[in-house]
Design a protein around this ligand. Structure first.
Ligand code: ASP
Length: 318
């Protein structure tokens, strides 16, 4: 039994391991671990008190995948419900004939299942950071005015500036039955265009688990993981017979083929069905954590670097 997580999962990994040790499933462990991060007011990239979109609204994305069946549940652009991972899991558990609910539909579903709702999802401190960021870019920070009269197209660059804060939490678990589950939750890019959905709720992009091979979850520029199907690619490379490390390096290297202006950083964690794990990043110095069920504490591991050059590229047919 093992849990691996992105470094910001540290706050939830003990609960996740306890869940496995008391007979809980990999799905339970992933949900419990991620909930702790979603509730943490000091993590501004996940759940409650994340950095909002350009209009100052917090829109959450999350997904969970069950490696036993490849069943998945996901929500996107959900407002007002901090535990996005739990709502995502219910999309799966309640046997909706759907995988992904977004926006008002996700909120309606959350209400119908009595998911915990918080009236205020942002602290004044974070609202102030958002206001200052808009002001520094020439706005008065008056949201209604920005929403009604301003072409948000002119503001999109805010979401890609180097000062933007992003982040996501990844959890992957193998339980006592050898079953694998993976979960991802995020508030997405700070100051994103309203309605923007990242890779986290997209099965195959930011999240994938298959008992037969392994699982993968991503953080970083979601647009890239969507375009390259990064998590599913890694699982497929395992299926083709590559080692975990080879599969991870290959999935990261695929991102180099992407053309366009917004080539940025990408990070993934992955494990195979034997519990071997790996963390990769396009930047040096990034870490991830893991804890076997019999370890008293988690260990932190430096991720291996696979560089993704920031350049404009075009695919040329040979
Ligand atoms: N992957 C997340 C997204 O694109 C953000 C991040 O991990 O930095 O929404």
């Amino acid at each position: 039994m093992i849990i691996i997580a992105s470094h910001n999962g540290a706050i939830g990994i003990a609960d996740a391991v306890r869940t496995l040790n008391s007979g809980g499933s990999a799905m339970d462990a992933v949900e419990i671990g991620i909930r702790a991060v979603e509730a943490d007011p000091d993590d501004h990239s996940v759940g409650y008190n994340g950095y909002p979109n350009i209009l100052g609204e917090l829109e959450l994305d999350a997904s969970i995948m069950d490696g036993r069946t490849l069943n998945s549940g996901a929500v996107a652009l959900m407002r007002g419900y901090p535990y996005a991972i739990s709502v995502a899991r219910q999309v799966l558990e309640r046997k909706l004939p759907h995988v992904l609910l977004a926006g008002e539909g996700a909120e309606r579903f959350a209400r119908e299942i009595d998911a915990e709702r918080w009236d205020d999802m942002l602290t004044d401190e974070i609202r102030e950071v958002w206001r200052r960021r808009l002001a520094a870019s020439g706005s008065s920070g008056d949201t209604p005015e920005l929403a009604a009269d301003t072409s948000l197209l002119d503001w999109v660059k805010l979401a890609t500036d180097p000062e933007r804060v992003a982040g996501t939490v990844n959890f992957i678990a193998i339980d006592g039955a050898g079953d694998i589950a993976s979960g991802v939750s995020t508030s997405g890019w700070a100051w994103k265009y309203p309605g923007r959905i990242g890779d986290s709720p997209i099965i195959g992009a930011g999240n994938y688990a298959d008992n037969r091979y392994g699982a993968c979850a991503c953080t970083g520029m979601g647009e890239m993981a969507i375009r390259a199907s990064t998590s599913r690619s890694l699982a497929l490379y395992l299926q083709m017979g590559m080692t975990l490390r080879e599969a991870g390096r290959r999935a990261m290297s695929d991102l180099r083929d992407l053309g366009g202006d917004y080539i940025g950083g990408m990070n993934l964690i992955a494990l195979d069905r034997d519990g071997e794990h790996v963390g990769l990043s396009s930047e040096a110095g990034r870490t991830y954590i893991y804890q076997h069920a019999d370890m008293a504490e988690y260990e932190s591991v430096e991720r291996e670097v696979v560089e993704i050059p920031a350049r404009w590229a075009r695919i040329v047919r040979e």
